[in-house]
Design a protein around this ligand. Structure first.
Ligand code: PLP
Length: 395
């Protein structure tokens, strides 16, 4: 990044950072669809391979289109360095492989993405890395779960689907007092609404599949942080083990970033109106949305995020039957567990994303049978509301 980039606002960084125009003078960012790069001489090849001179060698290591995406996202998150990955899950895996070793311990918030829990419990465990879970909003619970061998605290905020918040600043202080890194999965807010590194987090991970793309076209991920941890330790895993982002996917995400801020404002505006409207509807017992005064961490949301975000969940009287009825009555909304799309999506967490939990685990996590999650898209608000209204209890 140049010095000028540092002063630009997020919207400008999103459009202008990362692209170095080639001799062809192209305006839009090119896709470098090449697996390898050539050298002017044997000596240059040797210098590249030995690390004496910087430059591209092979697209598992670096690729100019991927680098453009990495530089742009790093700038938007306020990090020194970013590495792009094949998926959000490979971003989390590569972070753990780069920063942890056998015998280390993770404290994670209980309400993280299902595959993240699976990665920690089933796979990392096999390699001698163990995980305990804390209640996201309860800093004392995090403190109690830390052990002498804890090296990483991991969280998502707001949580899925209940939109609980973790206090990033407080958890960063706790992590640093115990020689741990704080890793924040910033998928729900994106840098347009929340910048965890500014609040003291060490590493941000992303599923670029969601809002960074924003139109459901590609799977990808990213890790953002400092030069040592991300640029060397995590990059080393990527370069060796290979869960890298393809240049085609990088191009989709690079262009997605250009509209991220505008889209996040629109997602958030639709979600806020939905939350207000749902709060007035008979048969809706409770609405979970950080923008509502009734949200237990409304005040924290106002300082930690610039807007409340695009995801709303709500509990219907009448349990699963009422929830399924509402979902099945929609004609426009997409019934899918994905989120971060221009198209509004609706899902029943208890039987999909959280279906593998035991009933006790679901109860502990607050995932009731009547809970419905909506990720507000970019359609006109009235059309989203009318589609949801069809199946509300009593209609
Ligand atoms: C989707 C998601 C992931 C995993 O990302 P993939 O791109 O599907 O691998 C991780 N964290 C959160 C919060 C997600 O929503």
């Amino acid at each position: 990044m140049t010095e000028q980039d540092q002063e630009w606002a997020l919207e400008t960084l999103a459009v202008r950072t990362g692209h170095r125009r080639t001799a062809e003078q192209e305006h839009s960012e090119p896709i470098f669809a090449t697996s390898s790069f050539v050298f002017a001489s044997a000596a240059e090849a040797a210098a590249r391979f030995s690390g004496e001179s910087a430059g591209n060698i092979y697209s598992r290591f670096t690729n100019p289109t991927v680098r453009a995406f990495e530089e742009r996202l790093a700038a938007m998150e306020g990090g020194e360095c970013c590495v792009a990955t094949a998926s959000g899950m490979s971003a989390i895996l590569s972070t753990c492989m780069g920063l942890l070793q056998q015998g280390d311990h993770i404290v994670s918030s209980r309400s993280v993405f299902g595959s993240t829990t699976m990665l920690f419990n089933k796979y990392l465990q096999r390699f001698g890395i163990t995980t305990d879970y804390a209640a996201l909003a309860d800093v004392d619970d995090w403190r109690r779960k830390i052990r002498p061998n804890t090296r990483m605290l991991f969280l998502e905020t707001p949580s899925n689907p209940l939109t609980e918040l973790g206090d990033i600043r407080a958890l960063a202080d706790l992590a640093h007092a115990h020689d741990c890194v704080l890793v924040v999965d910033n998928c729900f807010c994106s840098p347009a609404l929340q910048r965890p590194l500014d609040l003291g987090a060490d590493i941000v991970v992303h599923s670029a599949t969601k809002y960074l793309d924003g139109q459901g076209r590609a799977v990808g991920g990213a890790v953002v942080g400092d030069r040592k941890r991300v640029g060397e330790d995590v990059f080393g895993v990527l370069r060796t083990a290979g869960p890298t982002m393809s240049p085609f996917a990088a191009w989709v995400f690079l262009k997605g970033l250009e509209t991220l801020s505008l889209r996040m404002q629109a997602h958030s505006a639709n979600a806020a109106r939905l939350a207000d409207w749902l709060s007035t509807q008979a048969g809706v017992a409770r609405v979970h949305y950080p923008g509502l005064d009734s949200h237990p961490q409304h005040a924290l949301a106002q300082v930690q995020q610039t807007l409340p975000g695009g995801v709303v969940s709500f509990e219907l009287d009448g349990g699963r039957e009422a929830a399924w009825r509402l979902i099945d009555a929609t004609r426009m909304l997409s019934i899918t567990a994905n989120l971060g799309d221009a198209k509004t999506t609706i899902t029943h967490p208890a039987t999909t994303t959280h279906g593998r939990l035991t009933p006790e685990q679901r109860a502990e996590s607050g995932i009731s049978e009547g809970l419905v999650r909506v990720a507000a898209g970019l359609e006109a608000f009235d059309d989203i509301r009318n589609d949801l209204a069809r199946g509300l209890p009593g209609r």
